[in-house]
Ligand binder design. Structure first.
Ligand SMILES: Cc1ncc(COP(=O)(O)O)c(C=O)c1O
Length: 389
């Protein structure tokens, strides 16, 4: 992979993963639809033999993502974020220990709990923003003779807690452990966990990276060749591989990552300001707001504050549900990170953590006009407020 580290990330997103500049090669990598390859004799490492183990169609995406995360090794694409997360959790040894945010994406928590049931792994759930609580959990794990795996989401889904990544990475390494960071919310433009001390980064490429709510895909990155080899083997054996079209579409979406992220963040900031102190709003959460408990940490650690907001409307659960039916521009749907603005009452999902307030809406702010988004939400908030009477 050519070294793109001197380029601005906005340029990298457009440039990385293109075919070599030789006469009459296409400027975009082609989609190759073949499950198998001509191959005779004993294959060497890296040879293309069978498409579950490796296909050239993943490589442009994997190289571009590695360039964005400034990883030394190519990313490993997976069929979904959860495919990537399951492979990364496989780095936890049987009988080992995982420290994980209590407000991680709920399926990541379920996957960790399955490890506990099946492989005797101890799972400690923490408030990832409370650095002392997390370091205490890591220290106790080391005292029990384990090398703990610290799972980090920052900001968390959906509560938007921000972890002190460099301090937690140092504490994990002091305990002999490994840090795995889910960087889906921040994107590599918002923060690069490998540079902040993480050992492994996972992504739901489905979200901002692909960016158009039309692809489900995941990825894992690391600078460590033995971890890379382990994750590569997990992918080949587990079989959660990316489809060729999905990989191509995700890279096509990534070309505009910078523009989309910038616009969505501007919109999110405008919405957060508008909703703070709004007469029909009980609480609004956004790391960019000065009253967010980890606002300063986010400002120090991140480039921008992301484009996810939490909102508790006046009118309680019934009001929140009414709001999701009253919006005409916002789309009531799960997921996040697409060009369109989505909102969802998270506790409607049985798997969501019970510590997430029942009436909390998660807003994924898209790239529409901010005034249109505000006007639509204002109308729906007035409908929700009727339930407070
Ligand atoms: C933070 C985070 N990580 C991982 C995932 C899982 O990704 P996927 O749906 O692509 O499997 C999600 C999905 O919502 C998520 O929000």
């Amino acid at each position: 992979m050519s070294d793109l580290s001197h380029l601005h990330p906005d340029t990298t997103a457009v440039t990385a993963g293109r075919p070599p500049r030789t006469e009459q090669t296409p400027v975009n990598a082609p989609v190759v639809l073949s499950s198998t390859y001509y191959s005779t004799g004993v294959p060497e490492a890296g040879d293309l033999v069978y498409a579950r183990a490796g296909t050239e169609t993943w490589l442009p995406l994997e190289q571009a993502l590695a360039a964005l995360e400034r990883a030394e090794l190519p990313a490993l694409a997976f069929a979904s974020g959860m495919g990537a997360i399951s492979a990364a959790l496989d780095l936890v040894p049987a009988g080992g220990e995982v420290v994980i945010p209590r407000h991680s994406y709920h399926a990541s928590l379920v996957a960790a709990r399955h490890l506990a049931e099946r492989s005797g792994v101890t799972v400690t759930e923490v408030d990832i923003a409370e650095t002392e609580q997390v370091t205490a959990a890591l220290t106790s794990s080391a005292q029990r003779g384990h090398a703990p795996v610290l799972w980090v989401e920052s900001p968390t889904n959906p509560m938007l807690e921000v972890a002190d990544l460099p301090v937690l990475a140092e504490a994990t390494h002091a305990a002999g452990g490994l840090v795995i960071a889910d960087n889906t919310f921040a994107t590599p433009l918002g923060q690069r966990p490998l540079e902040l001390g993480a050992d492994v980064v996972v992504h739901s490429v489905t979200k901002y990276l692909a960016g158009h709510s039309d692809v489900v895909l995941g990825a894992v990155l690391t600078n460590d060749s033995s971890l890379h080899q382990h994750l590569h083997t997990r992918r080949s054996i587990g079989g959660a591989i990316a489809g060729p079209w999905e990989a191509w579409l995700a890279l096509r979406g990534m070309r505009t990552l910078s523009l989309r992220v910038q616009r969505a963040q501007q919109n999110a900031a405008a919405l957060a300001a508008h909703l703070s102190g709004h007469p029909h709003v009980v609480a609004v959460g956004y790391p960019g707001l000065p009253d967010h408990p980890q606002h300063q940490r986010a400002a120090d650690q991140m480039n921008g504050f992301g484009s996810i907001l939490t909102l508790r409307p006046l009118g309680g659960v019934a009001g929140a549900d009414a709001l999701t039916r009253a919006v005409q521009l916002w789309l009531p749907a799960t997921s996040l990170g697409g060009v369109e603005s989505l909102l969802e009452r998270r506790r409607r999902l049985a798997a969501e953590a019970p510590t997430v307030p029942e009436d909390l809406l998660r807003l994924s702010v898209g790239i529409e006009d901010a005034d249109d988004l505000i006007a639509d939400l204002d109308r729906a908030l007035a409908v929700a407020a009727e339930y407070a009477r």
